[in-house]
Design a protein around this ligand. Structure first.
Ligand SMILES: [Cu+2]
Length: 183
């Protein structure tokens, strides 16, 4: 449903853009015949500005209410998973991870329960991208040195989930991955 409305939204934008460019093209055909010639430029700017304001207004109305994009903000997570990243591994643990000797554990999460991942990096920027059992990207956040980025999610389907790095972090980047289970 959400994907369909995003699709519709972008189709609408493409439609508005097409109308705009066609109207500019058509008006340019008549540019020589216009009484004012280049003096008419203010009139054209008026329409450009109006359409720009409308498009930006639609964007703002569709995106700003969701800002700052932190889902389940009013709920308390029942599970907290600490995530530490280092070239080229993920460490997942129910306890805070020591950056000096990072270690992880096998993670099992109950379905339909709110999980909070507290994601950080001990070296360079990495990505923390969660893929469902059919390898569809479902959520992601950046792993950044010096910051803990919280990512909340409810897994509805039991199965084996995959984590991949989405930030090119060095030669071992393509093999930087791990898994966890949802039961
Ligand atoms: Cu990477």
């Amino acid at each position: 449903m959400q994907q369909q409305s995003i699709m519709l939204f972008f189709m609408l934008l493409v439609g508005i853009g097409t109308i705009f460019f066609v109207s500019v093209f058509v008006s340019s055909l008549n540019a020589d015949k216009d009484a004012g010639g280049t003096k008419n430029v203010l009139k054209k700017r008026f329409w450009f500005t109006l359409i720009l304001i409308v498009v930006l207004g639609i964007f703002a109305a569709a995106t700003l209410p969701k800002s700052p994009y932190f889902t389940y903000a009013n709920e308390t997570p029942s599970t907290v998973i600490h995530v530490g990243t280092i070239q080229f591994s993920f460490f997942l643990s129910t306890k805070p991870i020591d950056p000096k000797s990072p270690s992880g554990e096998t993670i099992t999460i109950s379905h339909d329960q709110l999980v909070e991942f507290r994601v950080t990096s001990f070296d360079v920027n990495h990505g923390f991208a969660v893929y469902d059992p059919s390898m569809r990207l479902i959520t992601q956040v950046q792993a950044m040195p010096g910051y803990i980025n919280n990512l909340r999610y409810k897994f509805s389907e039991p199965g084996e989930y995959h984590i991949f790095c989405l930030e090119f972090c060095g030669t071992g980047h393509p093999v930087m991955q791990t898994t966890f289970k949802v039961i």
